[in-house]
Design a binder for this molecule. Structure first.
Ligand code: 3HC
Ligand code: NAI
Length: 690
């Protein structure tokens, strides 16, 4: 017995309870007593059956991720599951909460699995750049079939108890006291007697596997993996389960797991797992959160509509305010249409759609915001308009209501100063489409109260967002670094690169799209307006906008989009435009290589990140990684720009930036001290000594 694993008896059924808060991860200090308990129960004649259950909020949520990359301590999970295979008395996993990764693999080692109706079961290892390493790839297909297992393992998405029961992963779903029911279930099986078949020997569903259909599906999934090794390895391991004898497939799974766990991609993805949780922690444990029941959103345009949906999706009633009934109707109609698309796609039921729409209240009167606990402004990006809105809010909002701005660039301190309650003002920078994108930059202004900040961080998690707290500066973390990434794009074009060449370098790197495709998608007019307001120019993009080419929405931008298609096709007119502009400037085109494109786009982005750290705009390098992975599509397998710096070499990055600085004199290449410090120490956490 240990404090992490205890054994009790209910009649002649033994209940083994794992208690390792918060999520019952299978740490060494759990595995060791668990193995001992199971061995002694196996040999104990008075015990006829064994139930494995967990205390606290969940069944085992997986292996202990903090142990990866460290020397393995025996017994491993695989040994425990192998021991379960030899059990001659029935074993039953009683699952509540989530049975994930190694947790589900432990359950797969049991003869039977029962759960409560809210339980979720899955193998999410792929999200950590891994495959299930405790026999999951060979046992799951034996219960649910190869195709279903492939989907679950490659996506990493858990399934609910009802689905799990229907597919054969669960043997029963119970209401009420789960452990008591599991004991009854186990004791009935024991009383019935007869042979027990461990999952490893249940080959019927594999024999029926349709290998050509499997291979086709696996090939489609591999295409979507964008250079990630884990999804491909997952598919291979499930295929092995179909084509190889059990022990050979298990050994192959092990080999693939060891390779992945030692690789950079999994290291990067594990870094992101902890970084995301770290980002949501703000100093000061005893801060009381403010009560948030109703949300107000001002502006029902692109962002306001999406933000309102994000809150309604999280179950909050929303008051949506516009300047006129027409604008309000337009905004509400767009929301209705967006939900209808989800219903058509099958991701939302009609009832759920109606329920969500029922949460909206439209208004054109600021007085209607008086009962809101949080009000998010998403009106035009102009300081005068924002100040006017915050002045009105100040007059109507209830005391203690949090007043938030969704500004992309503007000074949140200045906006806060236009109210009599700057302590209640915060930036909530959602990303477009706001109902879909996970990232939420939470801008802490000079006077933002700690409880207001803590409240919005927690609220963000409740509506499924990934919050990152940032400080006030032009563009905050994401857009400021994006500007540094884009600074050389124009020059690269004029010197001889093409938009599709540059975009290709990005997609080969693992980005979902390159900067020019992204510009076309977001609308080139946004950057154009922003540049004009700041007295800046970008000759190619400005000319395209002057000619009415705003990207996808006008059918042309850096690319052409035929007949409403979203697929970019090369645009010869843009290439002519680039050549003409280069000629006007007397620049002779030359061949530009991949390395140069990376050095002149990604290295300045990292340099800017270092500067952001130095200025304290981001609290941790890992926060910046979370911004870039969740808001801009930085490839997860590279862990975000700051993590990737370690892989690429901060010394190399600094040297190349020095080279480009010497060549061009441009400020974007001027290495900041924090990056040099990273090159010297190998860590972002050692501040510049001055
Ligand atoms: N190992 C170590 N720590 C873990 C962990 C794990 N598997 N899962 C969660 N934690 C930690 C988190 O880091 C966090 O720590 P903190 O409080 O110090 O920040 C704490 O537990 C609570 O986690 P969350 O904030 O994520 O809690 P939620 O309630 O929001 O979510 C959860 C719970 C759904 C279980 C979520 O934590 C989760 O998805 N965990 C990871 C599950 C997973 O990936 N399992 C597979 C692991 S790999 C594996 O099993 C390999 C095997 O095949 C050999
Ligand atoms: P939009 O032009 O689509 O919508 C703005 C809406 O605000 C319009 O419907 C307008 O009628 C309404 N409005 C204007 N003044 C108002 C007032 N005084 N009271 C009530 N409603 C008013 O603009 P968009 O794109 O939604 O941007 C809104 C804000 O979100 C801006 O600050 C922008 O910088 C920011 N943002 C935009 C992103 C994007 O991708 N579009 C991403 C992140 C932030």
């Amino acid at each position: 017995m240990s404090s992490f694993v205890s054994v009790t008896k209910d009649g002649n059924v033994a209940v083994v309870t794992i208690d390792n808060p918060p999520v019952n991860a299978l740490s060494f200090h759990v595995r060791e007593p668990l193995m001992q308990a199971l061995v002694s129960l196996r040999d104990e004649p008075s015990v006829v059956a064994i139930v494995i259950a967990c205390s606290g909020r969940t069944f085992v949520a997986g292996a202990d991720i903090t142990e990866f990359g460290k020397p393995v301590q025996q017994p491993e999970l695989r040994a425990i599951v192998a021991m379960l295979d030899t059990m001659t008395k029935p074993t039953v996993a009683a699952i509540h909460g989530t049975a994930l990764g190694g947790g589900l693999e432990l359950a797969l080692g049991c003869h039977f699995r029962v759960a409560d109706a809210k339980a979720r079961l899955g193998l999410p290892e792929v999200k950590l750049g891994l495959l299930p390493g405790g026999g999951g790839t060979v046992r799951l297909p034996r219960l649910v079939g190869a195709l279903k297992a492939l989907g679950m393992i490659v996506s990493g998405t858990p399934i609910g108890a009802v689905d799990a029961l229907a597919t054969g992963l669960l043997d029963a779903v119970f209401d009420g006291d789960l452990v008591a029911q599991a004991v009854r279930f186990a004791s009935e099986i024991a009383a019935r007697g007869g042979p027990l078949t461990p999952v490893r020997d249940r080959d019927e569903r594999l024999d029926a596997a349709d290998l050509p259909a499997f291979d086709k599906h696996a090939a489609d999934l591999a295409k979507k993996a964008r250079g990630l090794e884990a999804p491909v390895a997952c598919a291979q391991a499930v295929r092995n389960a179909v084509t190889l004898p059990f022990d050979e497939a298990l050994a192959a799974e092990r080999e693939l797991f060891l390779k992945l766990v030692a690789g950079d991609q999994s290291r990067a993805q594990r870094h992101l797992f902890f970084a995301e949780r770290e980002a949501a922690k703000i100093p000061g444990k005893d801060i009381t959160r403010r009560k948030i029941a109703r949300i107000g959103v001002i502006g029902a345009g692109t962002m306001g509509g999406g933000i309102a949906m994000a809150f309604a999706n999280g179950g909050f009633p929303v008051t949506l305010l516009e300047t006129s009934s027409e604008a309000l109707e337009r905004g509400l109609a767009t929301i209705d249409k967006n939900y209808a698309v989800s219903v058509a796609r099958g991701s939302l039921t009609e009832d759920a759609k109606q329920e969500r729409l029922g949460l909206f209240k439209g208004s054109i009167d600021y007085a209607d915001l008086a009962d809101c606990d949080l009000i998010v402004e998403a009106v035009f990006e102009e300081m005068a308009v924002k100040k006017d809105v915050f002045g009105k809010l100040d007059a109507v909002a209830k005391p203690g209501a949090i007043l938030a701005t969704n500004t992309s660039y503007l000074d949140v301190n200045e906006i806060a100063a236009s109210t009599s309650r700057p302590q209640d003002v915060v930036g909530l920078h959602f990303f477009s489409p706001a109902n879909v994108m996970k990232l939420l930059e939470i801008v802490r202004a000079e006077k933002t109260a700690p409880d207001a900040l803590a409240t919005v961080v927690e609220l963000a998690r409740r509506i499924g967002k990934v919050p990152v707290v940032v400080g006030v500066c032009h563009g905050f973390v994401g857009n400021r670094m994006l500007a540094a990434r884009g600074a050389e794009s124009e020059a690269l074009l004029l010197e001889g690169a093409t938009p599709s060449q540059i975009d290709q370098v990005f997609t080969d790197f693992g980005w979902p799209m390159g900067p020019f495709q992204m510009g076309d998608l977001a609308g080139l007019d946004i950057g154009w307006r922003n540049r004009k307001a700041r007295g800046l120019t970008a000759v190619i993009a400005d000319t395209l906008c002057e000619q009415g080419h705003f990207g996808q929405k006008t059918g042309s931008g850096f690319y052409r989009y035929e007949n409403g298609s979203r697929t970019p096709a090369p645009n010869p007119e843009v290439e002519t435009l680039i050549r003409d502009k280069a000629a006007e400037k007397g620049i002779a085109p030359r061949a530009i290589g991949t390395e140069e494109i990376i050095e002149r786009t990604l290295y300045p982005l990292i340099n800017e990140g270092a500067k952001i750290l130095e200025e304290g705009i981001a609290a941790r390098a890992s926060d910046i990684d979370i911004v870039w992975v969740n808001g801009y599509g930085f490839p997860v397998g590279k862990g975000g720009p700051m993590f990737w710096t370690g892989l690429e070499g901060a010394g190399k990055i600094s040297e190349r930036l020095d080279h480009w600085h010497a060549q061009t004199g441009r400020q974007v290449f001027q290495v900041v001290p924090r990056l040099r410090r990273m090159a010297e120490t190998g860590s972002w956490d050692v501040p510049f000594a001055g």
